[in-house]
Write a protein that binds this ligand. Structure first.
Ligand SMILES: NC(=O)c1ccc[n+]([C@@H]2O[C@H](COP(=O)([O-])OP(=O)(O)OC[C@H]3O[C@@H](n4cnc5c(N)ncnc54)[C@H](OP(=O)(O)O)[C@@H]3O)[C@@H](O)[C@H]2O)c1
Length: 327
């Protein structure tokens, strides 16, 4: 099969990930049962995806269970795919089980995730948020030990400040420990600052890679919220109500209407334009896409063919309608 997917190095590491990847937040265990979860992964795989993102906290462990079951059924060779998980929030109650990156929690959490994923190791493990109540040095040592014990291959952070990432990297450098190689930040047409400004120095200084999330701003950038919240969408899920004000923001939805024209001129859909826009940034190693239906996976991953169409002129046209609204 002829594929448009390219593979990029995860920052300065040698690991190669598909420029578009697939994640399971909100969907696995909530919107998708085990068959649909497997079908989405199979569709992503067929489009050339080799990286599947997960987290301990997604559906309180259920998302890892579904992905583990799907991987067992799909039977792909372990060398051919990359799986991640993330730790911080925890899924059981107790002073060392919630909102922490202390050594005790981390060393226990990885064993639970491996069991649920039915894997001997994960390729990537993220500190899902920063923990101001644990010394960064303690966390760096725990991540190093996780790798040394063969339970993970690489580690990184998610939504850490540039200063926190640099501190972790410097501790690892000083003690000859495994360094964080990747950060997982939100990045889309309406959410840019951290990736484009705050982290700028880190790409060159420490070779930071990026696996970015919410390329469609949870669906806003598909145009589906232009007339309010449609039934069956993420915005209609009771526990996702915190997103609704942004999803239905009038100025952003007006801008999305203008983006639809640009997408039309390029011969692609809005979702494809928005996903390709993220991948157009050379500091992005992979854009993690999400989907609640197999058809969305098919549509979204065709964005790989749109990336080369985003010329400087097209990027300027996108900026002209969205940059003033972007945070
Ligand atoms: N590190 C972190 O803190 C963090 C946070 C969030 C996400 N992530 C990762 O990033 C991944 C992607 O994030 P995300 O799910 O927020 O991505 P997103 O692309 O912004 O939103 C995906 C959602 O938009 C809707 N959608 C997708 N394609 C569509 C299409 N073609 N047409 C219409 N609607 C479409 C679907 O929801 P509905 O159909 O239900 O409307 C889908 O679940 C997650 O799975 C997770 O792995 C990480």
């Amino acid at each position: 099969m002829l594929r448009d997917m390219n593979y990029r190095r995860l920052g300065r590491s040698g690991l190669k990930v598909s420029e578009l990847s697939f994640g399971s937040w909100v969907t696995y265990g909530n919107q998708l049962d085990s068959n649909a979860a497997r079908e989405c992964m199979a569709a992503a795989w067929d489009a050339g995806v080799n990286f599947f993102d997960n987290a301990e906290v997604y559906a309180a462990g259920k998302s890892e269970e579904l992905m583990g079951e799907a991987l067992a059924q799909l039977g792909w060779p372990r060398l051919k795919y990359v799986v991640s998980t993330k730790f911080f929030w925890g899924i059981t109650d107790g002073p060392n089980e919630k909102a922490t990156l202390n050594r005790k929690y981390l060393m226990n959490a990885i064993d639970g995730s491996l069991k649920r994923l039915r894997l001997e190791y994960v390729d990537l493990v993220y500190c899902h948020r920063a923990d101001p109540n644990t010394p960064i040095e303690e966390t760096v040592w725990a991540m190093h030990d996780m790798i040394e014990r063969g339970k993970a291959l690489y580690w990184g952070t998610s939504e850490w400040t540039a200063a926190e990432i640099a501190a972790a990297w410097n501790i690892a450098e000083r003690h000859h420990l495994r360094k964080p190689v990747v950060e997982q930040p939100e990045y889309n047409i309406f959410h840019r600052k951290r990736v484009e400004q705050e982290y700028k120095r880190l790409y060159e200084d420490i070779g930071l890679g990026l696996t970015t999330w919410s390329p469609l701003a949870s669906g806003l950038l598909t145009g589906k919220y232009r007339d309010g919240v449609p039934p069956g969408s993420r915005g209609a899920i009771p526990r996702m109500q915190f997103l609704v004000a942004d999803l239905t923001d009038k100025a952003k939805n007006d801008a999305v209407g203008k983006l639809a024209k640009i997408a039309g001129e390029l011969g692609c859909t809005l979702a494809q334009l928005a996903i390709a826009w993220c991948a157009r940034n050379p500091n992005v190693s992979t854009v993690i896409t999400g989907a609640s239906r197999v058809a969305q996976v098919g549509e979204n991953l065709k964005a790989a063919a749109v990336i080369p169409k985003l010329t400087p002129e097209v990027m300027a046209a996108i900026d002209a309608v969205t940059a003033p609204l972007a945070g």
